[in-house]
Design a protein around this ligand. Structure first.
Ligand SMILES: [Fe+2]
Ligand SMILES: [Fe+2]
Length: 256
């Protein structure tokens, strides 16, 4: 199974027919400031502001171009309804490889979550963002492993057969060296009691997609049930320290 493009995924919520907010008006989307810094892309903030004075509004709430999320979204709802196809397949493949290798459930869960912020939030420093997103809902060890996998990825560990990824040579150039904070994070992690949990993430963190693997989010329902404390109010609405990050993925186009 692969994730369809976002605009082709069905809304799964019972209130799919409910009206979208701000109906009847032109709803303007201004990209997040961080997404066009330094890119040369046109920043529409100022021109959008002028159009608001002429009757348009800034988008707030459900965007009809995205599948509507249920009122109490679960982790798998984010996988199915918000994550990019790349992140969807990559996370499910990593977790499946860990299961097939006979790893413990906490390692599988860490693999399933390790790049979660790349799914629909932010790529930069993704280990840190991903760890923070899930920290209220998983064990301290899983969040720790997710955080440090970003740094460990740049450093070989021959004891488990992990070498510097060939993919990184292409992604970043052969002369790239990671910055000091990544080196420090690696050194810290290396001597930590949870080192191997994080290291195992990097082992199943393959960039090529395997055609022979089952990529089905439902197959992880039981493991998620045991290792991810889904709030009854839904992710984004439980008042946790990271609820706003989940809401940002539900409504990525909100102006404020
Ligand atoms: Fe990663
Ligand atoms: Fe990854």
């Amino acid at each position: 199974m692969s994730a369809a493009p976002l605009d082709q995924r069905p809304a799964t919520t019972g209130d799919a027919e409910a009206a979208f907010p701000q109906s009847g008006r032109e709803r303007l989307i201004v990209p997040q400031p961080i997404s066009f810094q330094g890119t040369g892309l046109y920043n529409s903030e100022m021109t959008s502001l002028q159009r608001v004075h002429q009757g348009a509004v800034f988008m707030m709430g459900d965007n009809p171009a995205l599948p509507r999320m249920p009122k109490c979204p679960t982790l798998l709802d984010f996988f199915r309804l918000r994550f990019s196809e790349l992140a969807f397949r990559h996370l499910l493949q990593s977790a499946r490889l860990a299961v097939n290798a006979g790893q413990e459930e906490r390692v599988v869960m860490a693999c399933l979550l390790h790049d979660i912020s790349n799914g629909a939030l932010i790529r930069t420093d993704h280990g840190y963002w991903s760890a923070q997103l899930v920290a209220p809902y998983v064990s301290e060890e899983i969040a720790w492993a997710v955080k440090y996998h970003q740094a460990l990825k740049y450093f070989a560990d021959e004891s488990v057969g992990f070498k510097y990824p060939d993919a990184y040579l292409g992604y970043f150039g052969e002369d790239y060296t990671p910055p000091e904070y990544i080196r420090q994070a690696h050194d810290e992690a290396r001597n930590h009691r949870w080192y191997m949990t994080s290291r195992l993430i990097t082992l199943y963190d393959e960039y090529a997609f395997r055609k022979d693997l089952e990529i089905d989010p439902e197959s992880f329902t039981d493991i998620i049930g045991r290792h991810f404390r889904q709030p009854k109010e839904g992710l984004g609405f439980d008042g946790s320290p990271t609820a706003h990050m989940w809401r940002t993925m539900i409504w990525p186009n909100n102006f404020l």
